[in-house]
Design a binder for this molecule. Sequence first.
Ligand code: SF4
Length: 217
Amino acid sequence: MARKRQSPYIWTTWLTRLLVGEHSCEWGAWFKTHHESNSYEKIPGSFDLTAWQVEHTTRVKEIREKLEVEGKTVFLESQNGFVLRGATAALGGRPDLISTFEGNGIIIDIKTGKPSPTHHVQVMVYMYAVPKVLQQYRGIEFDGRVIYSNHEVSIPASAVDEKFISNLSSLIRRLSSTTPPRKISNPVECGFCDITANDCPERAADAILQEGETGDF
Ligand code: SF4
């Protein structure tokens, strides 16, 4: 049975699909925010984690070496973990690489799959949180970068503006609330959600789109 956390805790990637509007069911993220992740069953993914880890680690190493050749100081994923505590919840994350050079900073995430706006928002959450929580970066304004296999997307520091912070904060407050949000069961979102029917009996069974016919066109 799912065990309650002592206090609400949110991992950055639980927020990204909701922030970009790709998903609208907040219940799964709310459930994770309030329950210890090792205390409930999850739907196993079809994703080949080992192959991803090998490819990801190789890319991180290549990019770190390139940045160091350019004279930049680079900190790795294992050095970049953070927990930012607010009044309602703690927000955790771990950027792949953080690079600094002459007072400027850049936060980098490396993606091996298809590009998605969720990746950009993930880096924006890091850009917001890292200077607040990691002592060595206090006062540094960070740009962001998402590096794919064949192109990069740069995110200016100005993207983390009042509107973004307000949307992020509102979502975190909703997920931290003791009142659960309404479930929005639908085949597409449930297909991406790892909460089982034990914890979410409303889980939509199959990703079958309903079809009909019209004579209007
Ligand atoms: S299984 Fe579906 S309804 Fe349940 S939390 Fe996940 S997305 Fe929402």
